[in-house]
Each structure stands twice: as C-alpha cells, then as structure tokens.
Design a protein around this ligand. Sequence first.
Ligand SMILES: [Zn+2]
Length: 446
Amino acid sequence: MKKSIKIIALAIFVCFFFSFISQNIVNSKILDKSSSSNRIFSVLDNFENKNPNLKLSINYLNASSSYDYGFKVGKLYRFQLKFLNFITNSNQKNSFKENQIEDEINFMESYCPQFLDEFRGLSDSLNIEIEKLLILQKKIYSLLRGECTATVATGDATKNNETFLTFNLDNRIDSPLKIFYKLFLNRLFSWKCWVIKINTLRYKYALFGMPIIYELAFLNEEGLGWASPGIPFTKNQSRYVDEGPGISTMLIERLVMMTCKNVTEAANVWKNVERANQQDSSWYNQYDGSSEVYCDKEGGILAIEQTHNYIITAFGNSTEITGVREGILWHANHHKWLDPFKTGSVTIEEYPSSGTRDKRAGELLNESYGNITLDVCKQITRDHGGGFDPNGKDSGDICRHFDKTDKIVTAFSWIILPKKLTVYWTHRSPCRSLFWKHDFSKIFGD
Ligand SMILES: [Zn+2]
C-alpha cells in the first residue's frame, strides 16, 4: 500500500473515531478492558451483548436547500474535513483520469444540479475548492469499498404477504490497517444514522456514514429500501470493460432516495440518467458498475445490473429475465443477466465466492418459498451452509469469514421491512450477533 494512502486511511480513522467519541456515540464501555479477546471487533461484541437496550444514535439535519445542506455539513465537520483535505490534497499524485473532475461537475450541472449546490455550500462553509472536495470524497469512498450480498422477497414468496430486503455488507481486511479503516469504522458508522430533510427535495431519508462525503442512504420516508452489492470488473486485459463518463453510482443512489417513492420510479431514474463507469473501481468508489437492490412498501422489489451503456432492471415478476419464481431476487458480485463479456463484469470463474454466495442465496430463498419470514431472512444473512466448505465458515459463505481464499468478512447485516419502515441491524457479523430493531416510522415522524 502506498504511504500516502496509509496516511489518509489513518487520518480518516482518527478523525471519525474522535468524532464519534465526542458526540457520545461510543459509550465509554466500548473500551472495557475486561474484554479478553485480542481482536478489535470482539470489543464491540461484548459491548453489544452487555447493552441490550442500546439504540441507534439518530441525528437530524434539516436544510432549506441543497446549498444550505452543504453549508451545514461543513460547519458540523469543520475540523475533520479541513484535516482530511490537508492530508488528501497534499498528496496530489492521484489516479484520476484527465478531465474527470471537470466532467463530473458538468454532468452534475446537467442531471442533478442539487449535488453541485451541496458542494457549493460545503465549499463556502469550509473555504475549500469544490474540485478538492470531490477528490477528498472519492478517496474516502474508494478506501471503504466492499463486495456484498443482497436478497429481496415479497408477496406470495413470503408467509404473510410481507416484503424483506437483506444485505450483508462485506469488507476486505487483508492488512491490520484495513481492519481499522474498513471493518471497525464501518461498524462504528452503523451505530449512527442521519435523517436528512432538504426542503427543496421530495423525501426525507436516512443514511449511515457521513453526510455528503460518505453518505449511504438506505431508507426513505416512503419506505423505499436499498442495498448494493459491488461488481468488480475483470482484470483480464484482453476483455472489454464498458467504461464511460456520467453521474457516479453513489450520487444516483442518493438521487433515488431523495426523489423516488417506489421501485418503478427508482428503475426509471437509473435508466434515464447518464451513468458513470470506470475500470479499477468498485463499490463505494464514485465510478463503478455497482448492482442495486430495492424494496418498497407497496411490495415492489427490484434488482439492477448496469454499466455505462448497459442496464437491466428485474422486478419481482420479471421471471423471463431472472428465470426464477415470482417474488424473489438475489445478487452477489457478478453480472448474471447482462452479458459479462459486453459489460466487463467479473465472471464466477474469476470470482468464485460471488458464484457460491449467489447460488446459496437462491437455494435458501427457494427452500422457504411461500414461508419466508423475518427469521428466515436472519438465517440467510447468517448462513454458512454453502461456500467452499459446506460445514464451515469461509469467504464463500453469505456470512463471510476470512480464509485462505480471501481476507474478507461480513462487517454487519441489515434487514429492511419497508411496509413497517423498520430495519433490523446486526452492527457486526450476523452469525455472532443479535438483530437490533430500529423503527424508522417513529424516527421519520419526529
Ligand atoms: Zn458467520
């Protein structure tokens, strides 16, 4: 790993960790010295089990406009962003393509000017140029990226005509530093949600992470729920990858949460916007071909595969596309409906874990078809039945653990019940954790 990346990673960790501490997100018990485990996340394990009444920290941010939102975020994170900007932009040797930042600004202006207004507000608040803030945002996203598994089930596939979305967020931890800045940081983030209301946009929405800079919006007040397994692209130089400029995946995800009330509207946004895609990027990075999974309170479910030129939207009844029974969809990290030799997605030969997780998710949904409940969904997220060792925990399981094949683990899981505006959340490995219930109908109503 390059020295500059290490410095940035460490800076991110220090800034956000102390940000959490200062805002009482992490109770002092989190550092309980009675923990005997030598793994950093075991501290969190003990913390959670000793504190059954622990609730999410909910922070509300109301803004009169997108500019006002950016300005307020700048004030809230003044110290952290100034410091990160100093570190990031002191290391100007970056991998961005020529004109990439200028292109991005132009596309934002054309398709979603509210995001540019956010950056104008942030820039004025911090006295940092927009271009530098965009570089900072990209670097943070690229450091925290992961490759995940998602499922959705609805209607007759479920026991009581319910709708469920499961998401296992997985992080690669192939160095001690990555344990800190990927796993530990994402788990800390998962305890703190933001509810954002921007008066000039349609819907209030909830996110975890950090507003604007590292914003993962997972549910809006209309009950639209989200998950997103990443799609790595092939490393085979002889294969074509469908690259092109446009709006970044992360911004499209936010746009959907701000403006859509159901999966039909979400699919239309994805189809009609100019989508950015760039090789050497993966989920969390601004430019990638990330797949998307959505659910809504009307019982709609949707999975999307997309790159710059290609897109396919599969709904619960799109059986001609998916070849599976109505009301269930699932996705790992390879294109299975689009042709990977046109899009550049990895194949399951190149990324076997994606194949084993995809296969196992399908088996579990089919086994319980007609009787899928919340408990079944919990078991799906905790499953070790497939993978490379059917009797053990490994990186090919839906609940991932690192092994010889891959140093990757499931950081946490959530299950969204959009009809109840409720999210069940583990905040660490699902097989070792309780699912905490978070009722967003109350949270959005406040
Ligand atoms: Zn597990």
